[in-house]
Write a protein that binds this ligand. Structure first.
Ligand SMILES: [Zn+2]
Length: 327
């Protein structure tokens, strides 16, 4: 039995009703009954797991994964041998990397909120599953009234707009970090970037230019919706932002891309994934947030954490372990 699995069983016992409802067993509806007019709660099933947070229902929705060969440089500041050893220690293959992708859906009764929008089929063929999983759970994209974006990397924003140019969540307000908007939408910065890096700027414009007049830009540090507060976590990107969910005395921190593969970057918070744009700032932010998550016993969710993408942190040596919640 792996270390994670052990942690996870003890967590399940400790959490009781707060365990995640996975695909297998039918579960009672978490939280209070939905108010009249609120959409029916998502059904747990393949690619969607849910848990109660006070009277809310939080669902982790898989967008699939990215699969790639492991190469020197995936971790910028550790030799390949050490990276392979960390993967081996976690019982994972050492010749390739699997990066899970999971957005978060929050049903508050008053709002249905999607946090991060997935790849939208613009990524690898192993990704782009978000809509299929939402629809399989009975969630109509038009029932989502708010989309919160953590940062502007393609796996988090491309799912907002389809290939025909239509908004995928047609009735949703879209809220983005102002610092992220200002950085990526700066044409002078795009034009000064090496050609190889301009694709990321182009993707941002494909998604956001048609909604430039309506997209809402927020400054972190304030409540965006009742119980949902934006928290700055700059480093991975210039405006990378987390969301703290607080309801009924429970808290869950969605940390976006604070870490990539947990077996590498939760275990070794000082390691920098090649996608971290400011590796030093990202490392400091990671250390600070993880220490807070342990000290305060927070539930954490992350876009690249192992399925079901929600769990808790435990200290281990100079790093941490991520213990996913069980179904
Ligand atoms: Zn990402």
């Amino acid at each position: 039995m792996s270390r994670e699995r052990r942690s996870f069983l003890s967590l399940g016992a400790a959490l009781g009703a707060a365990g995640l409802a996975g695909c297998a067993a039918p579960v009672p509806a978490p939280g209070a009954a939905q108010p009249t007019g609120a959409p029916a709660l998502p059904r747990p099933g393949p690619g969607l797991a849910r848990l109660p947070l006070g009277r809310w229902t939080v669902s982790s929705v898989s967008d699939g994964s990215f699969e790639m060969p492991l190469r020197e440089g995936f971790v910028r500041n550790a030799p390949l041998g050490q990276v392979q050893a960390a993967l081996r220690d976690a019982g994972l293959p050492t010749d390739r990397i699997s990066i899970p992708l999971s957005a978060l859906l929050v049903d508050t009764g008053a709002n249905r909120v999607l946090i991060d929008a997935g790849t939208g089929g613009f990524g690898a063929p192993t990704s782009g599953r978000l809509l299929v999983h939402l629809e399989g759970a009975g969630v109509d994209p038009a029932s989502i009234d708010t989309v919160l974006i953590s940062h502007f990397h393609g796996d988090h924003i491309n799912g907002l707009r389809d290939r025909q140019g239509n908004a995928v969540f047609p009735k949703a307000r879209v809220l983005v970090p102002a610092a992220e908007w200002n950085w990526w939408m700066d044409d002078a910065r795009m034009n000064a970037a090496p050609i190889a890096q301009r694709g990321a700027f182009t993707a941002v414009r494909r998604v956001f230019a048609p909604m430039a007049a309506s997209v809402e830009r927020f400054v972190p540090g304030r409540e965006l919706l009742p119980g949902i507060t934006a928290v700055a976590a700059y480093g991975h990107t210039p405006g990378h932002t987390m969301f703290m969910l607080t309801e009924g005395g429970q808290r869950l921190l969605y940390w976006g891309d604070l870490t990539n593969v947990a077996a590498l970057f939760v275990r070794n918070p000082d390691w920098a994934v090649s996608f971290d744009m400011d590796a030093d700032a990202a490392r400091r932010t990671r250390r600070r947030v993880m220490e807070m998550a342990v000290a305060e016993g927070l539930l954490v969710a992350g876009f690249h954490l192992p399925r079901p993408g929600v769990g808790r942190l435990e200290r281990r040596g100079r790093g941490y372990d991520f213990a996913p919640l069980s179904g």
